[in-house]
Write a protein that binds this ligand. Structure first.
Ligand SMILES: *Cc1c(COP(=O)(O)O)cnc(C)c1O
Length: 354
């Protein structure tokens, strides 16, 4: 049975990745034992973590100024680790969504937070481009894709201030000049792998600023000094990431994925705009290519629409519990067929109920 998986996270992964990682759980590379049973200090795992690291750098076209860590605690722990490690006095943040807002709350534990823009009052429907980053901040923090509401930053500022970016829901989905960023983090369960692992990409020089005592697990420098295995990492999630990155490589890298993602998103937004029964509330310049949110114009039709898509083996279309409505998460691995299938359902719904 074909399932169309629009889950926001954990979410759809390439079929081949699921197959290979499942196989490795039964028998890892013909060793006769499971991936879950090998030591994180074994040669086998060393090879996995090295290859995953080099694939991250290769796909993002990053030079050796950058180092990659695979940590635990989700993007949520990065909301704390970033200010703990990088904030001496103050930092600037953009409040572009619910996750960004959570990052701000945590940063306030470590110093002064200058919120350059908050979209909270306007339900986060747009992201400005004309904010000024003050010169006396330790870093500037932004969220490249706002998973819950469905907005995406299309432009990143030109600034000499280090840029820190939460890319949890659009990492590896488009080509950017990643050298612009001093620190990038992304929890793996949206576009890369299983939950329980966060990719952290750090420009090493930014760490020289740290002048305080930081507990070991929360200290980037200690992780780096221990070659990324300060403690037992999430072996399974790192291995599965490696498989996804290999899939990205075989597809032809980020420019191909960007094209596909743009195409899928355009098809869906076009249908929402054209369809009499639905609307998207996001500013056209900031519509996300990963999370497409939409609402019924007439709430009374909700039960009927829900019945219709659920019957068709569509899953994960419910909007975030804080927002309601619908959200189609159309990450890298979501096939275009699933987008076309959803569009057909929306068309049929329009024919029946207008
Ligand atoms: C999902 C998400 C998070 C939270 O990730 P966890 O792994 O649950 O901590 C943070 N930021 C963004 C943009 C997200 O999409």
């Amino acid at each position: 049975m074909k399932i169309h998986n629009f889950n926001a996270g954990p979410s759809v992964l390439p079929k081949i990745v699921i197959k290979k990682s499942a196989k490795s759980v039964i028998d890892f590379n013909g060793t006769g034992i499971s991936l879950l049973e090998i030591s994180h200090r074994s040669l086998d795992f060393m090879k996995i973590i090295e290859r995953t690291t080099s694939l991250v750098k290769q796909i993002m076209n990053l030079n050796d100024d950058y180092t990659v860590l695979f940590l635990q605690g989700g993007a949520t722990l990065q909301f704390t680790m970033v200010p703990y490690n990088l904030m001496n006095k103050r930092a600037a943040y953009l409040d572009t969504g619910i996750w960004a807002n959570n990052a701000i709350k945590e940063a306030k534990n470590f110093g002064e937070v200058k919120v350059l823009f908050s979209g909270k009052k306007n339900n986060y429907v747009y992201i400005p481009e004309n904010y000024q980053i003050p010169s006396k901040v330790d870093y500037f923090h932004c969220t490249s894709n706002n998973t819950i509401v469905g907005t995406q930053m299309k432009l990143f500022p030109e600034t000499s201030i280090p840029i820190v970016c939460d890319m949890s829901s659009d990492i590896f989905s488009r080509k950017l000049n990643f050298h612009k960023f001093s620190l990038i983090y992304a929890s793996a369960q949206k576009n890369v792998s299983s939950s329980g692992m966060t990719i952290v990409i750090i420009k090493k020089e930014i760490l020289d600023k740290i002048k305080k005592n930081i507990p070991s697990y929360l200290n980037y420098r200690i992780h780096i000094k221990n070659d990324g295995i300060l403690n037992t990492p999430n072996v399974f999630s790192i291995y599965t990431s490696m498989l996804t990155l290999e899939w990205i490589e075989r597809k032809g890298g980020l420019s191909i994925l960007e094209e596909e993602n743009e195409y899928k998103a355009q098809l869906l937004y076009n249908e929402i705009d054209k369809n009499n029964l639905f609307e998207n509330r996001i500013d056209k310049n900031n519509r996300s290519n990963m999370n497409v949110s939409f609402f019924l114009k007439n709430d009374n039709l909700e039960k009927k629409f829900n019945k219709m898509w659920k019957r068709e083996n569509v899953v994960g279309l419910d909007g975030h519990r804080l927002l309601g409505g619908y959200r189609a998460s159309i990450y890298n691995a979501l096939p275009i067929e699933s987008v076309l299938f959803l569009i057909e359902i929306m068309k049929e719904f329009e024919r029946k109920f207008t």
